[in-house]
Write a new protein. Structure first.
Length: 502
């Protein structure tokens, strides 16, 4: 059987697997339905949706005008389950009063909107007039072939690389970015946010309290329908989510996977101590060697769209060990609060070069990728007040929309009910407007934990507690460093990136 590591094109995966393996995905077309999945129709638009993805009608003046796919949590702190009313004069205001992982399709208005973080992604093909969840669902023809050279250069199967800002693994197929809508008349994406200056706020305490309350509401709404799991690590953000879940922990289970590296050893040790201190059900999951079929399906379900080495290695483990009837609570977007892509030398006036942004994607510098990044940078620069906010938008639109969101399709096999309590426009806005010094300190999750469940601060973050674990960690980190250096020397892509500094 062909190794999943040998896949250098999406076509090979499309030929191997059936669309029925694309759990929780969708395709929108004009004319005849493009799938055997359950189909919904408005005018000459047909929407086919795989059964694991909720499809909820959107109404306006008692008429069905579109669909909401995924899970959205409204301002009433409830999951939208029956229908969603969107007044025609308050479309974006209504959509972004909701948090969660969702996509809004409005065929009559000829627009498609993503959730605030793009965690239920969409791609489109102007030539074929198709919109789908991933490139795996769009037929191959002359203008939609694989970008084979770029796929090989990225090394998706071995590296945590990403296609930059809307590029996909196939020519003629583009991704919809967070903060943009897809105009179905012009088949172009149009930025709709930010639509006003994001000036720093002065009252940090009020912002912290509002963020904490919104996160709590998102978690409580999710657990109203089903019990949940939370991956607890030694880091700040998962512990912050646990603190915000204090009122519903009786229906939750925390877990950590035992990968073969020091990071997971430390995660398991700290998570076990924190859980015991809080009286929360916890278990560590023993690593199971990944099955070749699972590795290949991971690539198929993500449309060969992004790399995530550790996540792929865990797929078989989580498929066998996690309860798919539980909601899976994930902390994506928490890194917005600390300026994920900020470097120590960055100031509001720093010149953020496109080459640097490509380096953050682990993407090769070519005329095509550079042109793509230049276009994005020019567009985004007109919407922000300084270089730090430009990097923040890049995090949302690239790291979340073009990496984290794509990964959610791979996770449907073990977590059909994925919940992202930080994916909320108001939370994102507040995190972006926190003062720069406060954000650099990484203090937000600590302050939220102190407010919601201060006993969870008894243990440090990402730091060994006893000497034996510290000593073991030092040895393993040295070994990992040596291995990274060896990979860099062997891999011309890594070595070139280090030498030219992009």
């Amino acid at each position: 059987m062909k190794s999943s590591h040998s896949y250098k094109s999406l076509k090979a995966l499309v030929d191997r697997f059936s669309p029925e393996e694309l759990l929780g995905q969708f395709v929108l077309s004009r004319g005849a339905p493009n799938s055997d999945w359950p189909c919904f129709r408005i005018g000459d638009w047909n929407l086919a949706v795989e059964s694991m993805l909720a499809c909820i009608p959107i109404t306006s003046n008692n008429e069905v005008v579109g669909w909401l796919l995924g899970q959205a949590i409204g301002p009433d702190h409830r999951v939208v389950v029956d229908s969603l009313e969107i007044p025609p004069d308050r479309v974006e205001e209504t959509i972004y009063a909701h948090g969660g992982r969702f996509i809004v399709i409005l065929p009559l208005a000829q627009r498609i909107y993503l959730d605030p973080c793009g965690l239920l992604p969409a791609v489109f093909c102007e030539h074929l007039k198709l919109v789908s969840s991933t490139p795996s669902l769009i037929p191959y023809e002359g203008q939609t072939q694989d970008r084979e050279q770029l796929i090989r250069s990225l090394g998706i199967t071995e590296r945590n690389a990403m296609f930059p800002v809307g590029m996909t693994s196939r020519k003629g197929i583009e991704g919809v970015l967070p903060n943009h809508y897809l105009d179905l008349k012009t088949w172009k994406i149009v930025r709709h946010w930010p639509n006003q200056s994001l000036e720093p706020i002065e009252d940090i305490t009020s912002a912290v309290h509002e963020i904490a309350d919104l996160v709590k509401q998102q978690i409580e709404a999710t657990t109203t329908h089903r019990p949940a799991t939370l991956r607890l690590t030694a880091g700040k953000h998962s512990r912050m989510l646990l603190a915000c879940a204090r009122g519903v922990v009786h229906s939750m289970e925390c877990w950590t996977a035992e990968l073969r590296d020091f990071a997971s050893i430390l995660d398991c040790d700290i998570a076990k101590r924190v859980s015991a201190r809080a009286g929360v059900t916890y278990r560590s999951i023993t690593f199971i060697e990944p099955d070749e079929q699972d590795l290949a399906l991971w690539l198929f379900r993500t449309g060969l769209g992004t790399g995530e080495y550790r996540g792929r290695q865990l797929l078989t483990t989580l498929r066998k060990e996690l309860d798919p009837t539980r909601a899976d609570i994930v902390g994506f977007a928490g890194e917005i609060a600390r300026g994920f892509y900020w470097e120590a030398k960055d100031t509001p006036s720093t010149n953020i070069r496109s080459q640097r942004l490509l380096r953050h994607c682990c993407c090769p510098l070519t005329s095509e990728t550079l042109e793509r990044m230049e276009c994005w940078r020019a567009n985004a620069s007109s919407q922000v007040i300084d270089a730090l906010q430009l990097l923040d938008l890049f995090y949302i639109e690239q790291r979340l929309g073009c990496w984290a969101g794509i990964l959610t399709y791979a996770g449907m096999v073990h977590s059909p009910h994925q919940a992202f309590p930080l994916s909320h426009r108001r939370i994102v806005e507040l995190m972006l407007r926190l003062p720069a010094d406060y954000r650099r300190s990484g203090q937000l999750p600590v302050d939220i934990i102190a407010r919601e469940w201060p006993v969870l601060l008894k243990y440090p973050f990402n730091t060994p507690i006893d000497f034996s674990l510290w000593a073991k960690g030092s040895r393993m980190k040295l070994q990992e460093l040596i291995m990274r250096v060896q990979r860099t020397i062997r891999d011309p892509r890594r070595l070139y990136a280090k030498l030219v500094g992009y």
